[in-house]
Design a binder for this molecule. Structure first.
Ligand SMILES: *Cc1c(COP(=O)(O)O)cnc(C)c1O
Length: 431
């Protein structure tokens, strides 16, 4: 399998090079040259397969011969070392819980898969790679945890001081070893700006091999298909495929679902569940794609004003808006509605949703109200304990902390406090 750049100015590469480079030299996102097809017999027999075999069969065509089967099997196994249950809330709506991984958010799956692939590609090479990321919260923890102890990889994470939740901060800063956390005296945009400057600094990049670990990397994006297939395995009404609602920010997660569907997975319809950052909701309504500066919301992992993966979704639909609208709807949910939904879901179904899941729930409910014969699920992308203030405001009760987190919270924070100053960052990156 080869991957081409969506900007069409760089040559196609294999999975290994796409993973190491992250983004094509022409700044385009990589996209697979063909979308592998799952045959009907495989789809129909999915309940007989175990989770690891399902994931292996899904990802294998994308990897080609860049990773031997035995190694790929063990990477898949380590990626899926926690449950991904589909929990029914009412007659029409279920929740696909993606928060049972080590950092309690869905990004664990992509980050674990990517870190192990990169570790494999670098083993036996003298080259050291520095993974550089800015995080507004969840990405940093998942990346730090995924890459901890991976040989040949140094991780540098920038996060805005005082603007991530206490759990998120501990997940970023308590690991040490090959993980360096930089606490930036500024906003997420400042962090992002510093990272962009480093990637644009050719002199630095001659000396330090930089790569990114966000969802534009194919090794993080593609394994996100796994849980859509694993949900189908658990879906009871196989004659009535699900409507799937995905809380969306950078649109990597939903794009993986749409890719899975394009390769044969039965899905009735997709809902892009957005907060006040409604670029895509507006685009589907008006046909005009207007990016904006992100506005802060309760579901802050989705505060994105220019979703980078949307170009991949357009590519799957050959840039045809009518075809896209047949498969995808979008709703923009306000903070007020988010809080109200957390309260209602808790009171009616005794189910605790986090703000992102609540956005997913309400968007799905709106769609299903107009399509009463259908059923569906939303992706519960984070554990409510990662957003304790918003959840407590909605339910009036503090969120109980899982045992695994209690230990984490007593760990020592190891971070370096810096001003948003590029020269300082450069100095750190040069070691
Ligand atoms: C990252 C994140 C999202 C958004 O996912 P995208 O792939 O960027 O659309 C949603 N919910 C949570 C909890 C996240 O961490």
């Amino acid at each position: 399998m080869k991957y081409y750049s969506l900007n069409k100015q760089s040559s196609p590469v294999d999975f290994k090079d796409a993973t190491i480079l992250g983004q094509a030299p022409d700044k385009g996102l990589y996209f697979p040259e063909t979308i592998p097809q799952k045959d009907k017999a495989w789809i129909d027999s999915i309940e007989q397969l175990n989770d690891e075999d399902i994931a292996f069969d899904v990802i294998k065509p994308y990897i080609g011969s860049t990773i031997p089967d035995e190694k790929l099997s063990s990477i898949v196994k380590e990626t899926l070392s926690f449950p991904i249950p589909l929990v029914q809330l009412n007659k029409q709506i279920s929740s696909l819980e993606l928060f049972h991984g080590p950092t309690l958010a869905f990004k664990d799956i992509g980050a674990r898969f990517m870190s192990r692939c990169l570790g494999y590609f670098l083993s036996g090479e003298s080259k050291k790679v520095t993974v550089l990321v800015a995080t507004s919260g969840d990405t940093g923890g998942a990346v730090a945890n995924g890459f901890l102890g991976v040989e040949g990889v140094e991780v540098v994470i920038l996060y805005p001081s005082g603007k991530v939740s206490p759990v998120q901060e501990k997940q970023l800063t308590s690991l040490g070893k090959n993980i360096k956390a930089l606490e930036v005296d500024g906003s997420f945009d400042d962090c992002q700006q510093l990272v962009k400057q480093a990637f644009a600094d050719e002199a630095l990049r001659r000396d330090v091999f930089l790569t990114s670990a966000n969802s534009i990397n194919v090794a993080r994006w593609l394994p996100q298909q796994f849980y859509y297939f694993l949900a189908w395995k658990q879906w009871k009404d196989k004659h009535n495929p699900p409507v799937i609602s995905v809380p969306s920010g950078n649109f990597g997660n939903i794009c993986a679902g749409i890719l899975a569907n394009a390769s044969g997975l039965p899905v009735k319809h997709f809902i892009a569940a957005c907060n006040a950052n409604d670029v895509v909701t507006n685009y589907l309504q008006t046909g005009e794609y207007k990016t904006r500066t992100a506005v802060p919301t309760l579901s802050n992992a989705m505060d994105v004003g220019n979703p980078s993966n949307f170009v991949r979704i357009l590519e799957i639909f050959h840039q045809q808006l009518p075809e896209l609208k047949n498969k995808l709807s979008s709703y923009s949910i306000s903070d007020e509605e988010t809080t109200k939904t957390i309260t209602e879901v808790y009171n009616k179904y005794n189910y605790l949703a986090d703000p992102h899941g609540a956005v997913g729930f309400l968007a799905l409910e709106r769609y299903l109200n107009e399509h009463e014969d259908l059923k569906g699920f939303f992706l519960e992308t984070a554990h409510p304990v990662k957003f304790p203030d918003a959840v407590q405001t909605a339910t009036g009760k503090p969120v109980a902390m899982p045992a695994s987190l209690q230990a984490l919270m007593s760990e020592k924070k190891k971070s370096l406090f810096i001003k948003p100053d590029y020269d300082h960052l450069k100095h750190i990156l040069r070691g």
